[in-house]
Design a protein around this ligand. Sequence first.
Ligand code: SAH
Ligand code: SF4
Ligand code: F3S
Length: 440
Amino acid sequence: MSAPKKLFIKTYGCQMNVYDSERMAEALGGKGYVETKSADDADMILLNTCHIREKAAEKVYSELGRFKGLKAEKPDLKIGVAGCVAQAEGEEIMRRQPLVDLVVGPQSYHRLPEMETKAREGEKVLDTDFPEEDKFEKLKKRPKAKRGPTAFLTVQEGCDKFCAFCVVPYTRGAEVSRPADRILREAQDLVERGVREITLLGQNVNAYHGAGPNGDLTLAQLIWELDKIDGLERIRFTTSHPNDMQDDLIEAHGTCAKLMPYLHLPVQAGSDKILKRMNRSHTAESYIRLIERIRAARPDILISGDFIVGFPEETEEDFQATMDLVEEVKYGTAYSFKYSTRPGTPAAERAQVDPAAADDRLQRLQALLTRQQREVQDSMVGREVGVLFEKAGRLPGQMVGKSDYLHAVHVADCSRGIGELARVRIVSSGANSLAGELIC
Ligand code: SAH
Ligand code: SF4
Ligand code: F3S
């Protein structure tokens, strides 16, 4: 038998890309590829790319440039670009970078094995269709390899919201929910392979409405079905839109023990004028009321968010409204970005904010968010939390895991192994993690 071919995948962007990279590796596994951690010994390199901000997209071209030497040494090396840059700029990639053999958009990953054959035959192949067939059904799993204790599972893909700054509706296409039975089968399979925690993924995951035996299921109904799987200990989901936060989902946060007390609920801005121009269709007030309802159902829930500063026409007063909203909500963690113009989106045509002003606002917002994050993390000291151990720590005998609230927790002299869930008392709060002791 010939030696297996080696596949190197580099993943950028969101968790859905992480999930997709695993699926692509499995699909190519069926063609004799095994994954390698180094591009140098690869027979095929795949970049799974992100188009969300200009910097993310530009990274792809600089990374591709670096493979020039490798390809010269190894003419059989095939180079592919997948993900959202592939979808948005497929033909341009082929034009700009002749090293690329294959371009595949997120909706065509199930066609990757055929595309690889063509590329091996010397063809340049590009597929950025939005096909009718269900790619997830065609991307069936290979042998039941053991896996780590946490996994992502895509339940919904695409977005119909068209926020004025965002490329996702164009790169991932219209919103589609996967049928519940397929998700449940996949979850069961993950659990049999050692998974204890599943994070359900979707660009608008709380808009989930996949087919069930008696009509469509909401995300909360799907969570209750997953709750029945023995051996599955924790359920999370991301990313949610404030307008799709339905009552049954809020209630599940108070009643479903496996559903973790963590919610990523991006608001983007605190000024109603800006929210309107962003086409967010919620106000600062409606978002704050929503957070209150969620906290009434689950008082200790950790709230996470996304923010954009320097959106076209944002004034200092508008920015101040974002700061006020942050003060009011108090975030446990957050991601904040300077607005990045994305060609083809409505906001790209509008009057842009002075970049120096946007930089200054981003700094001020990040200082506030960092302070809040620190306060929330420090407030964990003395509390008892669940921790799922994911790996050994740097010190002998130490284990590292994630708390219910998604904080990294170190436990010294730990008698528990990877994949075990334990009750832990938090004893101190460090720069980016907590330290705790097992409660026997
Ligand atoms: N589906 C998710 C987020 C997708 S993108 C949601 O609706 O919340 C992740 C984050 O990137 C967004 O929440 C937003 O804060 C940021 N983002 C998206 N487009 C951007 C742009 N053009 N410039 C800067 N940040 C952007
Ligand atoms: Fe982008 Fe808005 Fe859709 Fe989120 S809801 S993916 S920010 S368009
Ligand atoms: Fe990026 Fe596409 Fe995800 S643009 S954030 S990889 S959906």
